[in-house]
Each structure stands twice: as structure tokens, then as C-alpha cells.
Design a protein around this ligand. Structure first.
Ligand code: AMP
Length: 215
């Protein structure tokens, strides 16, 4: 089963994707993670995208479609792809449809995670992740344990994303509303859209997503 998690920055797409990887053997394809890796390892493409990402704008369709194309070519067996943070524009959505068809694969569900903007700002400005396993923490609702060890892997280094600040967040939200939110109508019209309330607890959202997948 191949699915898209659709929603603004901070909606919880990454957190839910991690859960689906653990429980269903799915493979998370996060273009944001791929771009951050390229940036951190200083590849030519990473250098090109670094500035765009820091501002909270979208990198070109060509770059992200290229990244996804490479991943889809890998024929290792798994429980399906979770597209996380991709597609983000209508041309990306068209390209994904064409790539999946060319690979003889189908896109089975698009899950929109709904959250209000105020909650997003709160979540993102309080967010940090474990540097080893990517477990997500929040200063208010799920602080880093007092012993400084990640609850999931015991790691002791935690990171905050460079673009998790109010200025870039404004641009990321604007990019979402201008360029990505039209995908909600696009996938609705294709009969593929389901929406879940992304404001519930992590467990409640897991249950809602499972209900969509097991339908
Ligand atoms: P994310 O981790 O999904 O929030 O992505 C972080 C940043 O990477 C975004 O703010 C964009 O600059 C860039 N990015 C990630 N995915 C895409 C995409 N599908 N299209 C364009 N830019 C992207």
C-alpha cells in the first residue's frame, strides 16, 4: 500500500510516518530528510538547496522529483511507500502519478492531516529531534528526558532544525497554502482523499490513520 501524508509543516507527518514504518514495515520517503542529508554532506545539490530551505521556500520540482524517482527504482520488498512532504506542488503530484504508473505501482490513499495554524507555530518552535534515531520531542508536551537520553534509542544528542524559527515558518506556511494546499482538491477530485484530525494525541491520530489504511 502506497500513501501520501499531506499537511502543513508541524502537522505530524514525520511522527506518523515513523510509526507506520515501525508497525507496518512501510518505507518513509521524506524529501525534506533527503534534502537535509544532501545539505549536511555538502553535495553540489545540497549546496544549491541550502539557502532555499533556510528561507522556508520550496526547492525546484525537478530536484525533488529526481530524488523520488531514484527511490522508486529500488526494488527491495517492503510494506509500501509513505510519501512525506512530497508532492508539494501540482506538477510534483502529476509527476508522482506518472512515475508510479511507469513502475506498475498504485497510489492507494492520500491522508490529509488537519491542524490549525496557531498549533503549528507552537509545535514547530518547541520541536527538537534525537540526532541518532529521529524521535521527535516537544519542549511543552514531550520534553527531552531529564537524564538527557532519548527514550527510543538512548542517544544523547538532540537537534533543532535551522528552519524551525518564526521567520522561515511564515514562509513555509505561505508556501503550503499557495503551492501545496491545492493538492487537497486535486486528490479529492481523484477520489483518493481522506482527512484526519491532526490535533489529537499522537495515539489518537495513529488510530485514525490506521482506520483509513485498513478500510
Ligand atoms: P520538510 O522536512 O518536509 O518540512 O521540508 C523541509 C524543506 O525542504 C522545505 O521547507 C523545502 O524547502 C524543502 N522541501 C522538502 N520537500 C519538498 C518538496 N516536495 N518540494 C519542494 N521543496 C521541498
Amino acid at each position: 500500500m502506497n500513501i501520501i501524508l499531506l499537511g502543513p509543516p508541524g502537522a505530524g507527518k514525520g511522527t506518523q510516518a515513523r510509526h507506520l514504518v515501525e508497525t507496518r514495515g512501510m518505507v518513509q520517503l521524506s524529501t525534506g530528510d533527503m534534502l537535509r542529508e544532501a545539505k549536511d554532506s555538502g553535495t553540489e545539490m545540497g549546496n544549491i538547496v541550502a539557502d532555499v530551505m533556510a528561507r522556508g521556500a520550496l526547492v525546484t520540482d525537478e530536484i525533488v522529483i529526481g530524488l523520488i524517482r531514484e527511490k522508486l527504482a529500488d526494488k527491495t520488498e517492503h510494506g509500501g511507500f509513505i510519501f512525506d512532504g512530497f508532492p508539494r506542488t501540482l506538477p510534483q503530484a502529476d509527476a508522482l502519478g506518472a512515475l508510479m504508473e511507469a513502475e506498475g505501482q498504485s497510489l492507494d490513499a492520500v491522508i490529509e492531516m488537519r491542524v490549525d495554524d496557531e498549533a503549528l507555530v507552537d509545535r514547530i518552535t518547541a520541536r527538537s529531534t534525537c540526532g541518532s534515531c529521529g524521535e521527535v520531542y516537544n519542549d511543552n508536551t514531550k520534553p527531552i528526558p531529564a537524564d538527557g537520553k532519548c527514550t527510543s534509542c538512548g542517544g544523547t544528542e538532540f537537534k533543532r532544525r535551522a528552519d524551525d524559527n518564526e521567520e522561515s515558518l511564515k514562509n513555509r506556511l505561505m508556501a503550503y497554502y499557495k503551492q501545496t494546499s491545492p493538492l487537497i482538491g486535486y486528490y479529492y477530485a481523484k477520489g483518493m482523499l481522506s482527512s484526519v484530525n491532526g490535533l489529537g494525541t499522537m495515539e489518537a491520530v495513529q488510530v485514525d490513520i490506521a482506520a483509513v489504511l485498513d478500510r
